[in-house]
Design a protein around this ligand. Structure first.
Ligand SMILES: Cc1cc2nc3c(=O)[nH]c(=O)nc-3n(C[C@H](O)[C@H](O)[C@H](O)COP(=O)(O)O)c2cc1C
Length: 443
């Protein structure tokens, strides 16, 4: 599909991803960036075109966008990919870290290497170690995790924009390749003043490609918050460099809609792509971008991924994570296969391990075909069933006990009534009163 002009890109062009000429003229009229800014923007657009104007990006993912997975996505419609986040200081200091945290190959292009850092010189030193093997160096300004807070990087640098500016401008002066940034938005509504000023600062510092994740630093769990596409659009309208949009892209249809709505030149997908590596593939979507893949395609992707892991040495831990992401939904129905998978991968090595993982994929594929459904029906595992049975038994025993207590109380009450009646007949106090208080005590 390389070189084809696809509806998404056409939509983006029509939707208003302005090239520098038009925007520069507007900036000039409005007393904006001026000739220097215009030249910088033109250079950014030239850099983007040099990548092949990619629109469908594998987002940076720790334990997710490693070489084998990138190659899988590239085979299925992705036209650009980010490496997982690399810790700049560790990359400079530790050879083992360097060797295991960044691998690539000739076909793995265009490629953006993403770093996290908070010290300009260290970031530059790290980036220079691989600038000859990548197309851009990206700075992670979006990681919201606790570890980023502790390490003072990612989205926590939103509190120290001078430092961010220093890092981006040093890279843009010293590196052979362009610098890109991936940001989150500030917690605000229209007119997004802080976010726009932030984006403009990055542009001025020399950022040539800006990916905007339309969520704030506080919105950690992506499933709980919709991405703010208006904020992405506002950034795209405010800066002159190419902008990529990120958030809520679950199908090709969403990717097109996001590009059209924001005017971004491309989109990033992370979590949905992990589950469905064909998310960007025209071949498994209809004309509107709705998925048409077979229900068992997860098994096909899983096996293809295993082939790539044989070709490109991939840590066992990461293979297992990917396999659960591919097959996890169906494992909720087929617990025996999940058990088989979880047991086998621990004890085996090399080819034997791969052969058994493939066995699980093949068996699952046959079951999905046989069931005729397109989605799994999650069932409780044996352990969960046993727990439920135990809980049911305890509940039944407690109800039985309560019944007995009530019955005994009734008997006591009746006895008291009868005794009261006998005393009453003998001229004593109120039998009805005695019966009531005895009944109450039994409750
Ligand atoms: C497993 C995983 C790892 C991630 N690692 C990174 C990372 O290394 N760097 C980064 O900038 N964002 C990282 N992200 C965030 C994604 O790149 C993306 O911005 C976010 O998930 C929203 O996109 P989505 O809705 O397509 O998932 C990660 C996300 C996931 C799910």
């Amino acid at each position: 599909m390389a070189g084809e002009r696809r509806p998404a890109e056409e939509g983006a062009a029509a939707g208003g991803a302005e090239e520098p000429g038009a925007k520069r003229a507007r900036a000039g009229r409005e007393g904006g960036a001026g000739a220097e800014g215009g030249m910088a923007a033109a250079a950014a657009w030239a850099a983007f075109r040099a990548l092949g104007s990619p629109a469908r990006h594998v987002a940076p993912m720790v334990d997710g966008s490693e070489l084998a997975f990138r190659m899988l996505c590239r085979r299925h419609g992705a036209d650009c990919a980010y490496s997982p986040m690399i810790h700049a200081r560790l990359f400079v200091e530790n050879q083992k870290y360097r060797e295991s945290y960044f691998t690539t190959c000739g076909e793995d292009r265009p490629l953006l290497a993403q770093f996290c850092a908070n010290e300009p010189a260290t970031l530059l030193a790290a980036a220079q170690l691989l600038e000859d093997r990548v197309d851009m160096v990206d700075l992670n300004l979006g990681c919201p995790q606790r570890i980023a807070k502790r390490g003072n990087y990612g989205a926590f640098l939103m509190d120290d924009l001078q430092r961010v500016e220093a890092m981006v401008s040093l890279l843009s002066r010293e590196l052979k390749v362009p610098v890109s940034c991936k940001i989150r938005i500030f917690p605000e509504t229209k007119p997004y003043t802080q976010t726009l000023a932030y984006a403009k600062m990055l542009e001025r510092a020399g950022c040539q490609l800006l990916a905007v994740h339309g969520r704030t630093r506080e919105q950690k769990r992506t499933a709980d918050f919709r991405a703010d596409w208006d904020a992405i659009r506002a950034v795209r309208e405010h800066v002159e460099i190419p902008v990529l949009a990120n958030g809520d892209v679950r199908h090709l249809r969403d990717a097109r809609a996001l590009m059209e709505y924001t005017g971004a030149v491309g989109v990033l997908s992370a979590d949905p792509l992990l589950r469905h590596p064909g998310l960007f593939d025209d071949a498994v979507h209809d004309a509107e971008g709705n998925p048409t893949h077979k229900p068992w395609s997860c098994c096909d992707y899983a096996e293809e991924y295993l082939d790539l892991c044989v070709q490109y040495d991939t840590p066992h831990r990461i293979i297992v994570l990917h396999m659960y992401r591919f097959l996890g939904d169906w494992f909720k129905e087929h617990h025996d296969l999940r058990e088989k998978f979880s047991k086998l991968h621990k004890h085996l090595k090399g080819e034997e391990k791969f052969a058994l993982m493939r066995e699980v994929c093949d068996e699952l594929r046959e079951r999905i075909k046989a069931c005729g459904r397109s989605a799994p029906v999650p069932k409780l595992s044996e352990r969960a069933l046993a727990r439920l049975e135990r809980e049911e038994a305890v509940k039944a025993a407690k109800e039985e006990q309560d019944r007995e207590v009530r019955a005994l109380a009734e008997v006591d009450a009746m006895k008291a009534r009868m005794e009261g009646a006998a005393v009453g007949a003998g001229g004593g106090g109120s039998g009805a009163e005695a019966a009531t208080s005895a009944g109450d005590q039994g409750k």
